[in-house]
Write a protein that binds this ligand. Structure first.
Ligand SMILES: *Cc1c(COP(=O)(O)O)cnc(C)c1O
Length: 375
């Protein structure tokens, strides 16, 4: 039987081949590869898409977070509150600046930062808080912004997974002071290599990052501070401009797929499905369910599905406080119980725009069987 991948980018390329080749040809004919017209146009288009005034193209999403934090003045000795359940890059961006990530637990229903944790984890050194819109679902931004404002903390959004999602009608990326976006190839808006961007309404922050991404140069061969080499290249910008035109259609298709999964899998014992509150819009970068039950059941479900030719993913099996990088040689189990339970239960089912209804039905049928087998 035909295998079902978690994600198949080749199917997307088949539908885009003509447009992509024209766009790449234009860059190749121009022989302008760094800081050219494609990047500048993408910045304008992406700022408009995210409802922000400014966008600055960068080499990848991790740099976008690092430079965003740096431009807000985060540095050695500062603490930044970040969820314990996210991709490790959210915290790496903090460490790169000599600052310290302070982990916070998550809300079990949304997998996102639990706002009350800001009060619990805050110290005199806390400078910023980094909500992550995990799997494509916006974090609870009103409460986060309110607590941050009360304590004078800067809010930096990690929007690597939720481009286009809305919170109370407003786009992710426009909800904090500054925001980092990743165009890693598997993201909803993916480049053909590494690429990233920061968006903000602050002209000052945007100007600072524009300077930092290009060796801190303020004029031709004049630098006033040690910057980075972190630029989004013209080839990637050209690809992303083509794809951005399709993004809303793709998002709607992902949402239709999610509704189909809900219809097929809703109400099964031992399985809980992703849910968005009425004021948040989920764009389903990943369709992540919880497999409840005895320890190890999720891994068995994953393996049994693989045996039936169905790929699923675990994002993420190890929460940040249990990573060797952050555990400091200590056994930190039990510190963030909700994050730890999520790490044991989450399973992401195939979801991408080109997935057919028939394949969604096959995944759902197989999952039902496997849940029965492992009950
Ligand atoms: C992908 C991702 C990043 C890092 O982006 P890169 O472009 O790979 O550097 C950061 N945070 C989260 C939550 C991500 O999913």
């Amino acid at each position: 039987m035909e295998k079902i991948p978690l994600l198949d980018l080749r199917e997307q390329y088949r539908t885009l081949r003509g447009e992509i080749r024209v766009a790449l040809d234009e860059v190749l004919e121009s022989q302008q590869f760094i800081l050219g017209p494609q990047g500048a146009l993408l910045e304008q288009e992406l700022a408009a898409y995210c409802d922000t005034r400014h966008a600055v193209g960068l080499a990848n999403g991790t740099d976008a977070l690092t430079l965003s934090l740096g431009a807000c003045g985060v540095g050695p000795g500062d603490e930044v509150i970040v969820p314990a359940f996210t991709f490790v890059a959210s915290a790496t961006a903090i460490v790169r600046l000599g600052a310290r990530p302070v982990f916070a637990d998550i809300d079990p229903a949304t997998f996102n930062l639990r706002p009350e944790e800001i009060d619990a984890r805050r110290t005199a050194r806390t400078k910023a808080v980094m909500p992550v819109h995990l799997y494509g679902l916006p974090a609870e931004m009103d409460t986060i912004n309110e607590l941050a404002a009360r304590h004078g903390l800067i809010v930096v959004e990690d929007n690597a997974q939720a481009i286009g999602a809305r919170y109370r009608g407003r786009r992710t990326g426009s909800l904090g002071a500054v925001c980092g976006i990743s165009f890693y190839p598997t993201k909803n808006l993916g480049a053909y290599g590494d690429a990233g961007m920061m968006v903000t309404n602050s002209e000052e922050i945007a100007a600072k990052i524009r300077c930092l991404r290009d060796h801190g140069q303020t004029g031709k061969y004049v630098s006033s501070e040690a910057g980075w080499n972190s630029r989004l290249d013209e080839i990637q910008a050209a690809v992303l401009r083509v794809k951005l035109r399709h993004l809303d259609d793709w998002t709607m298709t992902r949402q239709a797929h999610a509704r189909r999964y809900e219809k097929l899998l809703g109400g099964l014992p031992g399985l809980s499905l992703p849910r968005a509150a009425t004021h948040t819009e989920h764009i389903y970068h990943l369709y992540t369910v919880r497999v409840e039950g005895k320890s190890g059941r999720r891994d068995r479900v994953h393996d049994l599905l693989a045996g039936r030719g169905i790929s699923t993913g675990v994002y993420y099996p190890v929460p940040l406080h249990l990573q060797p990088l952050y555990s400091g040689g200590k056994d930190r189990r039990g510190e963030f119980p909700v994050a730890e339970e999520a790490a044991e239960q989450v399973l992401s089912l195939p979801i991408f725009p080109e997935l057919s209804n028939e394949r969604i039905e096959r995944v759902s049928e197989a999952l039902k069987d496997v849940l029965r087998e492992t009950d």
